[in-house]
Design a protein. Sequence first.
Lengths: 521, 521
Amino acid sequence: MKQSEKRIAEGVLFVDQYQLTMAQLYYRYGMHEKIAKFDHYFRSYPNYGTHQAGYCINAGLEWFVNWAREATFGDEEIDYLRGQTGQTGQRIFGDDFLAWLRSVDILGSIHLTAIPEGRVVHPSVPLTIVEGPLAIVQLIETALLNHLNYQTLIATKAARIHQAGQGGLMLEFGLRRAHEKGANAGARAALIGGADFTSNVGLSKVIGLPPKGTHAHSMVQAFMALGGDELAAFRAYAEIYPDDCLLLVDTINTLKSGVPNAITVFNELRNKGHRPVGIRLDSGDLAHLSIRSAKMLDEAGFPDVSIVLSNQLDELVLLQIISQIKEEAPSYGVDADRVIKRLVYGVGTNLITSRGASALDGVYKLVAVREDGKWQPAIKLSESTEKMTNPGHKRVWRLCDQRGRATADVLALYHEDLEAMDAIHLHHPSEKSIRRTLLRDDISHIETLHVDIYRDGQCVYDFPPLEAIRAQRIADLERLDIGVRRIVNPHVYHVSLTEALWEMKQELILQHRRTAYRNTQ
Amino acid sequence: MKQSEKRIAEGVLFVDQYQLTMAQLYYRYGMHEKIAKFDHYFRSYPNYGTHQAGYCINAGLEWFVNWAREATFGDEEIDYLRGQTGQTGQRIFGDDFLAWLRSVDILGSIHLTAIPEGRVVHPSVPLTIVEGPLAIVQLIETALLNHLNYQTLIATKAARIHQAGQGGLMLEFGLRRAHEKGANAGARAALIGGADFTSNVGLSKVIGLPPKGTHAHSMVQAFMALGGDELAAFRAYAEIYPDDCLLLVDTINTLKSGVPNAITVFNELRNKGHRPVGIRLDSGDLAHLSIRSAKMLDEAGFPDVSIVLSNQLDELVLLQIISQIKEEAPSYGVDADRVIKRLVYGVGTNLITSRGASALDGVYKLVAVREDGKWQPAIKLSESTEKMTNPGHKRVWRLCDQRGRATADVLALYHEDLEAMDAIHLHHPSEKSIRRTLLRDDISHIETLHVDIYRDGQCVYDFPPLEAIRAQRIADLERLDIGVRRIVNPHVYHVSLTEALWEMKQELILQHRRTAYRNTQ
């Protein structure tokens, strides 16, 4: 797309058509300024097929707000909508509605409440709550979901890969296989969730981190095609980047050519007073080659240079690689933990596209409408009980048990103060028979998860820098049970409703069923 | 991301760091202006786990060229690179290289040859061939792969879903679950591959199609929360959009509430002289509900209104739905084919994220370097023979058999004229023993697939409009064997090398192995 087209296609028209037709309907029926509340949440953790997430890492909020700040209906947008025609050639949008649309100030009209980026989050918990004129909060649904679904998906994948890599340095390399310009949001989310750096230059500039990279096979190939060889290519790289020399050693043969040539060049660098950085392995049995390369580097007197692994890495591959190194290293007289400690992970496609689970099922549902100064809860019925919304004006609490571990996220009616309760009665969101009671004395820590982002149309939130978001992620993950953090078959974390919310929900379901029954008689 | 940041992060710095460090190395070694040739191709069809593609639809070229046209190193980019420092605080990029970089005119420096968008393409076939100064063709690798991998992935998925839907109208609805701004490229690719329209308003404007949509559950919910009901919501929609009335009927109960209320409103519309458009089913057993709804609509005198299906559709789900309708419709006294003919498919997440295969493994490999006016072929060895590149300056031919079906894509040396050969000897790209001979008389049609896009820095190609790209896709698909088009377990289409190319490749492999062996003695 051209820059000029991008301004249009990524602005306020980054929206599904039906949001506009519904907004006009609300406008014509005088419903557009009714104050409504929508909850944004996801229904289930990403399921990668052979493995599943037991938590998600919330991400994307700041970039959604950036979108909303710049999303306005200007001349070009209004002209375009004015020109739209329906089946019989008549105009779809009237001048009255278009005049109103032009006056819309999205963030100036809403309250926006959200769980901060970097926090561990779970299904059914409202991550973002939007309150404002019905037509406006409806209009932003598509862009909100688009921005938040994807970054949360990728931050989650990054956290899992980081965890499987046992804290080793992690580099995001996925730009070439990402979903086009989504690559930048993906790289940001990866940096929130677990990646330390990215190879993506532009995004690194925006985010304020140095971009990372080595070289490609094509550099060695180019030297060879011009009559040189791998060693000449390595020497050239070392000459130009003597203090940043990281060599890709698998273009010809990793153990017979690449590593020996790298060691030759590393010796030359050392003789000139430089410290070589590492080697990169991009094919073959990465566990085996890590051990063998580590041994060769050790014997050559380079016990500290890194071994960067790449090639279709994800959390399962890393679990396997680390397990194999532990099993295989002793037979080469190599200390497995020392090999593992020097590993760096270059993660591409599987991270930036969240392979196996390429979308998060985030939704945005009407939960209440304000009438005569009071919230009227709204519910969406469904044949499957777990797809029903949790209605009303709510707050979310996180409870930690006596070990300091998070034990439940609790959806409560807004006025309920869980901190002041002696006993908290919890209900499963949809299974009537599943309930438990927590005594206040058994709770070591209790907090509400939401913060205000926009209040009365004013930004009341300082978006934290990347480092603070990462620190939040680390703190939240440490507070999770190890079983919940498990890569494969994680324990299910409890998301519960308070008794009051449960009862309100049941009453609303009954009431709607009665109405539906009456209507179909 | 803010607009101001986007200009930087989506321009020429939409690149992996190592492309820049390699470019500087080439510059310092005087290799940067050596003329090199890179082939872009993918290695394997998307594999969705339980089903696999037997062809791909090429897409993304025009948007890649749009990117390249606007990708230049201006002050901000150069200043950023000047500020980059390595491990010891020294600058990574020197002023000499940065001065050269600033002078780079990407498209003004290269030949760009490509297979047009919308064409059926296969693994190992160069889709895009870039020829130009080594440093420049290296610099565009990341963006080229990013733009072409994703759109080809999605156009392919769209073609499969369209095929499974037996030609029914298909709407792209995936914006909310797409990988952030990649949504626009995804919608474009979907429109190339099989979708008729998209709900994405901005992209529709850019592409010149009307956006499509209905309404959401939230509209019905909003009426209910304000004391109204589903019928009131439907009546409101019909009043505002009398000639575009498409009603979502599953908010309460599809057969007991939604369809009867829709019929009531359709009757009211008809009495006022309007023609209702359709209903949408978004949950439950879509096959069963299609039959039952069709019967109710027929009996009410609306045999022509559409039934739009949505909810996690993909090619397998559609295969199943259509199969079930054929099996189940007769028991309701309904003609299955008539039900199927009125179906419209709203396809979201599974299309725009290519669920099951979230990336195409497109690569960009050095295949030749020009020395003393002659092409020196370059090869990348690999332990797996199918990962070796096909070296040299090549052309690609497509051969059709006597039935007019495409029977092979053939990679040939550039000077070879397959049209003039009496017999064409074909080799499997990596399996020595697999070969066959086609007689010229058995070939009904022969063509080369590439067209010139940029020649000597000038655009020599008229990018075709969407309709022409779609027509090309339809023509190419018709020429494929039905077994190759199959959704599950498709036949393998032949991609072959000519004898001359095969021999050159073997010679190069031998030569490199000898060198590698010598180097490791």
